[in-house]
Write a protein that binds this ligand. Structure first.
Ligand SMILES: C[S@@+](CC[C@H](N)C(=O)[O-])C[C@H]1O[C@@H](n2cnc3c(N)ncnc32)[C@H](O)[C@@H]1O
Length: 249
């Protein structure tokens, strides 16, 4: 089993697979300035087990196509949406976010929480724009610096892990250069990282090691999570996820 598959198992039973919050999804939707009485065609890319998909399905009319590379996440989402009777509005697609079988200008809204880093922000927002109608909405959350300067060890760590990390103003410039008009952005608050992500993740470590402890990579993943959590608690004044909401011009 490779690292991605092990991580999929570790995250499978958690509500979210990355930092976020129902209130953040709702705020992003408000900033999108759309008429929620109208039906929309939405793609939720890198949906995981669907925390934000469920919120969107409750607030929007129309159809949501939830996309993730792991069918196992989508099956978990299926259980969730059947429990909440939301199956009529959501369909699922196992596909890679950089190779999508969509038509040109098919969607009114493209949503992606904590996932575009898998192919990189610039590449993702530029590629996905092909599938948005003119005037369509892109809402994407992305790792961002939240101050203009920061301690060197922190900067070195993130530049090594994710070289595209930058400030909100730089992310906005990337969006503008790619042909979007930015409607708003905000920074995810601490509870999105702690109570909604790291604390449940920490709780799932024991079960994960019981199941996969015979694989040395599993221990490495758990150790890396712990280090990342400590890192966050030490340096949370300097980075978070930014949520960017933009309209295709
Ligand atoms: C950090 S999780 C975020 C999940 C969810 N949006 C949330 O906020 O809870 C990133 C998601 O991207 C998915 N992913 C990773 N690489 C992908 C790819 N190439 N194409 C589609 N999904 C991918 C992962 O399986 C995972 O579900």
């Amino acid at each position: 089993m490779n690292e991605m598959e092990l991580m999929m198992h570790l995250h499978l039973n958690n509500n979210r697979q990355g930092p976020g919050d129902e209130n953040a999804t709702k705020l992003a939707l408000q900033l999108a300035q759309i008429d929620t009485t109208q039906p929309f065609r939405v793609a939720d890319i890198g949906c995981g087990t669907g925390a934000q998909t469920v919120t969107l399905a409750k607030l929007l009319k129309g159809e949501i196509i939830a996309v993730d590379i792991f069918d196992t996440f989508l099956q978990k989402m299926k259980e969730r949406i059947y429990r909440q009777n939301l199956q009529a509005n959501i369909s699922m697609l196992a596909a890679s976010m950089d190779d999508l079988p969509f038509q040109k200008e098919e969607f009114d809204i493209i949503w992606s929480e904590g996932a575009v880093y898998n192919i990189g922000f610039r590449k993702g927002i530029t590629y996905w724009k092909n599938f948005l109608k003119k005037g369509g909405i892109l809402a994407v959350s992305e790792l961002s610096w939240i101050t203009n300067s920061r301690p060197k060890p922190l900067e070195d760590f993130w530049l090594n892990e994710y070289p595209e990390i930058s400030t909100a103003s730089e992310k906005i410039k990337v969006l503008e250069d790619a042909g979007y008009k930015v409607l708003g952005h905000f920074i995810l608050p601490e509870n999105c990282w702690t109570e909604n992500y790291y604390i449940p993740l920490l709780k799932s470590h024991d079960n994960f090691i019981r199941k996969f402890g015979h694989i040395s990579l599993a221990h490495k993943i758990v150790e890396t999570d712990r280090q990342e959590m400590e890192f966050y608690s030490k340096y949370k004044e300097y980075y978070s996820y930014g949520f960017y909401i933009a309209r295709k011009i």
